[in-house]
Write a protein that binds this ligand. Structure first.
Ligand SMILES: Cc1cc2nc3c(=O)[nH]c(=O)nc-3n(C[C@H](O)[C@H](O)[C@H](O)COP(=O)(O)O)c2cc1C
Length: 418
C-alpha cells in the first residue's frame, strides 16, 4: 500500500513532497502556515487578498485608515466609482507580505502566492500588474493565478526579469478553461509550470455554476491529464477539492497527478488565520450546516457554513476603506443589493440583504465562514476536550498525516494536557 511520501512533485531538478496547501484569503492561509508547508518539504501559499488590509494588521502600516480618510467624503454616496487604490500602497503591502514570508523560509519546500483575479480593485489590469510584479520583486517562489483567471495575466509580467524563473501556475475547473488559457498565451512561449484542477468540493469560490454537484474532480483531472498527453505537454497536474486523507491523495497520485492541493484540513491548524472561535464552528459543523450559495458579489458560487454572520447582514458598503471587488466601473453587486434594500425600507435602522454580502468587510472580520465540502469531517481528525470543544491541530501534524497515512486512516493528535 503506497503513501503520499512514495511520490515526489518535480519542478525541473527540484523534488518536493507532493502536498500543496492551497491559498486561503483573507489571510486564512497565513505566512506561518505557508512556512510550515515549506519547512516540511511541500508547497505553502500565502494570499494577496485584501493585501493592504492584511499589511495593516501584520506590519503596522496605515493604508486602510489613509484610504478611508482620503475618500471619507464619499461614504454616503451610492456611487463608488471615485474610490481608487493608490498603486504605491498595493506595491508596498505586497512586498512587505512576501518578504516577511521569504525572509523566514526554511527547509526544502516552496512558498507561492495565491492571486485571485476577481479582486478587480476598481482598476483590474493596473492593480493586478502591481500585485504580480511586487510579488516577483520580493522574491516569491511562485504565483498561482486563481479565481476569475484572466487570460491576459501572463502578458502583464512578460517583461519582468523573473518571468521565466519563478513558478507560475493556474487554477482551472475544466479542460475548456485550460485550452482557452493556453491558446491565449501561446504567443508568450511560456507554459504554466503547474495546473491546479479544482473540483466542486473545494472551499472558497467555485469555478462551477449551481449545478456543481454534477461534476467530479477525478473525471476532470483525468480529462486534463489526457488532454496534456495528447498535446505532448509535460506540465504537473495538481487536483484540489475534497482530498481529505493521505489515501485520497494517493489515489490521484497513482493515476497521474503530480501532487495534490489541500486546504480544509488546515483550517483547524493553529497556524491558520481563523480565530479559534471560528475554528470551533468548523469542527462542530454537520453536513447540512454547509451550503453553496450565491451571495458573493463576484458572481461565483461560494461554499460556507450556513451560520456565517455574513449571510443576511445588511451593513453599509465599506468601499472607501476596502473596495477590493469594485469592477472597472467602480461597481460591486453588493452595493446594488444594499441600495435596493435601503430604498425599499427607508425607515429601517438596519436593513437585511439576503442575495449578496459585503465580502470585503466580512472576510476581513472572519465573518464569512467559507469552507470545503468535507468540513463536517474535521471533528473526526482531532480529539474532543472535556468541555465539548475540539483540540486545535498543528500544521505539521496534518501535513504528516497526509504524507504518511495509509488505508484511509487519519492520525489523531496527542491528547493535550488538561
Ligand atoms: C477557508 C478557505 C478559503 C479559501 N480561499 C481561497 C482563495 O482565497 N483563493 C483560492 O484560489 N482558493 C481558495 N480556497 C480553495 C483552496 O485553495 C483549495 O484549492 C481547496 O479548498 C482544496 O480543497 P479542500 O479544501 O477540500 O482540501 C479556499 C479554501 C478554503 C477552505
Amino acid at each position: 500500500m503506497k503513501r503520499v511520501d512514495d511520490f515526489r512533485l518535480r519542478f525541473g531538478k527540484r523534488e518536493l513532497v507532493p502536498i500543496m496547501i492551497g491559498g486561503m484569503g483573507v489571510d486564512i492561509s497565513t505566512t506561518d502556515l505557508a512556512l510550515e508547508a515549506a519547512r516540511l518539504g511541500g508547497v505553502g501559499h500565502i494570499s494577496d487578498a485584501m493585501i493592504n488590509t492584511v499589511a495593516d494588521r501584520r506590519y503596522q502600516t496605515k493604508f486602510v485608515k489613509d484610504k478611508l480618510k482620503q475618500y471619507k467624503f464619499n461614504v454616503e454616496n451610492a456611487d463608488k466609482a471615485v474610490v481608487k487604490f493608490d498603486l504605491g500602497t498595493v506595491e508596498e503591502a505586497t512586498r512587505l507580505h512576501v518578504r516577511s514570508a521569504m525572509d523566514r523560509k526554511q527547509g526544502d519546500g516552496m512558498i507561492f502566492i495565491n492571486c485571485m483575479e476577481k479582486l478587480t480593485m476598481n482598476a483590474p489590469k493596473e492593480t493586478l500588474k502591481v500585485r504580480l510584479t511586487a510579488a516577483l520583486d520580493a522574491g516569491i517562489d511562485g504565483i498561482t493565478l486563481a479565481a476569475g483567471l484572466h487570460l491576459g495575466s501572463l502578458a502583464l509580467i512578460e517583461d519582468h526579469p523573473r518571468f521565466r524563473d519563478a513558478k507560475i501556475g493556474i487554477i482551472v475547473s475544466s479542460v475548456r478553461a485550460l485550452q482557452l488559457f493556453l491558446k491565449k498565451n501561446a504567443r508568450l512561449n511560456r507554459m504554466p509550470d503547474y495546473i491546479v484542477v479544482e473540483g466542486p468540493l473545494a472551499g472558497g469560490h467555485l469555478g462551477f455554476g449551481m449545478d456543481w454537484a454534477e461534476y467530479d474532480l477525478a473525471t476532470i483531472t483525468a480529462e486534463v491529464i489526457a488532454y496534456l498527453r495528447e498535446e505532448k505537454l509535460d506540465i504537473p497536474v495538481i487536483p484540489a477539492g475534497g482530498i481529505f486523507t493521505g489515501s485520497d491523495a494517493v489515489g490521484f497520485l497513482e493515476t497521474g497527478a503530480a501532487a495534490v492541493q489541500v486546504a480544509t484540513r488546515f483550517t483547524v491548524a493553529k497556524e491558520c488565520g481563523l480565530p479559534e472561535k471560528v475554528q470551533q464552528e468548523y469542527f462542530k459543523a454537520d453536513e447540512d450546516d454547509i451550503e453553496v450559495n450565491q451571495i458573493s458579489p463576484t458572481g461565483y458560487p461560494m461554499r460556507m457554513l450556513k451560520n456565517s454572520p455574513a449571510i443576511g447582514s445588511g451593513i453599509r458598503p465599506n468601499c472607501e476603506a476596502y473596495g477590493y471587488l469594485l469592477d472597472a466601473n467602480g461597481k460591486c453587486a453588493y452595493i446594488t443589493s444594499y441600495n435596493r434594500e435601503v430604498a425599499l425600507h427607508p425607515d429601517a435602522r438596519r436593513v437585511s440583504v439576503m442575495d449578496k454580502t459585503c465580502l470585503c468587510t466580512h472576510m476581513r472580520n472572519f465573518d464569512c465562514w467559507t469552507c470545503g465540502h468535507y468540513t463536517y469531517r474535521l471533528k473526526d481528525t482531532t480529539r474532543q476536550r472535556a468541555d465539548g470543544s475540539y483540540q486545535i491541530l498543528s500544521a505539521e501534524h496534518i501535513f504528516h498525516d497526509y504524507q504518511f497515512s495509509t488505508d484511509g486512516k487519519i492520525a489523531l493528535p496527542e491528547a493535550e494536557a488538561a
